[in-house]
Design a protein around this ligand. Structure first.
Ligand code: NAD
Length: 250
């Protein structure tokens, strides 16, 4: 029987690439999407995943809100049962604003979307994971941080704080559930070409790209491959894997 994986922000970008990889790996995939305008895109991602012979469920949820996360987990269990094996916390936003002009609404939204969503989702999913996880049947939580969580980025203070928070919380949870068949790891992507980067000032982006030692901006497959590695790497927990072309060296 196929195992179940939930991924937040599965409509496009890194989320869509990782969702397809989950399908390729044989998981039934629950795709959470945010806005009504993303529904069609998410359906297209789901159709591609089903070509791997697995099932999908798409659920509209604003994962910055606890009640929407509850709805997402309940819909998952109603459809696939409570043996949830993988949670990928991917949904994220950025403001790109200096710390004088930014408003509290803007930075609270970044923290709620990038960090609180991870807190809500792990709080809701862990009890189901712990009820069936074992050394031979591990469950995995993969959290999408950023190089912004490892170093400072100008005009991204709220984003960097949220992504550093994701790393701190992942390490703490990895320790809390080590030895219980649950591994918790982070991916901290460098610059990867998605809508998130297309929205950034292109002159700034080109200048940044020129500073990447490998010489180019990464692709979504680089992150999907990192996720696949973490899901298969039975002895790896509490780690941060950073596909970033040498941009940040830990
Ligand atoms: P993207 O903007 O293409 O995708 C973000 C996804 O999150 C979308 O599917 C969006 O609908 C979803 N989302 C946003 N707010 C949500 C909410 N409240 N509830 C549910 N879903 C919500 O960006 P991306 O580049 O694919 O980013 C994916 C993740 O990777 C983010 O966490 C981002 O911070 C991180 N990241 C991206 C890069 C990069 O260079 N692209 C680098 C480092 C980290």
């Amino acid at each position: 029987m196929a195992k179940t994986a939930i991924i937040t922000g599965g409509s496009r970008g890194l989320g869509a690439a990782m969702a397809k990889k989950l399908g390729e790996m044989g998981f039934n995939v629950v795709l959470a999407y945010h806005s009504a305008s993303s529904e069609k895109l998410t359906e297209e991602v789901a159709a591609e995943i089903e070509k791997f012979g697995v099932e999908t469920l798409i659920v509209r949820a604003d994962v910055s809100k606890f009640e929407d996360c509850e709805k997402l987990v309940k819909a998952t269990i109603d459809r696939f049962g409570d043996r949830i094996s993988v949670l990928v916390n991917n949904a994220g936003i950025t403001n790109n604003c200096n710390w004088i002009d930014i408003t509290p609404d803007q930075y609270e939204r970044v923290i709620a979307t990038n960090l609180m969503s991870f807190m809500h989702m792990t709080h809701l999913v862990l009890p189901y994971m712990i009820s069936h996880s074992s050394k031979d049947d591990q469950c995995n939580i993969v959290n999408i941080s950023s190089v912004g969580g490892l170093t400072g980025v100008i005009n991204q203070a709220d984003y960097c704080a949220s992504k550093a928070g994701v790393i701190g919380m992942s390490r703490a949870l990895a320790l809390e559930y080590a030895g219980k068949g649950i591994r918790v790891n982070c991916i901290a992507p460098g610059m990867i070409m998605t809508d998130m980067l297309r929205g950034v000032n292109q002159d700034e982006l080109n200048a940044l790209a020129a500073t990447i030692p490998e010489g180019y901006i990464g692709g979504v497959h680089d992150i999907a491959d990192a996720m696949e590695y973490l899901l298969k790497a039975n002895y790896v927990t509490g780690q941060v894997l950073s596909p970033n072309g040498g941009f940040v060296m830990q």
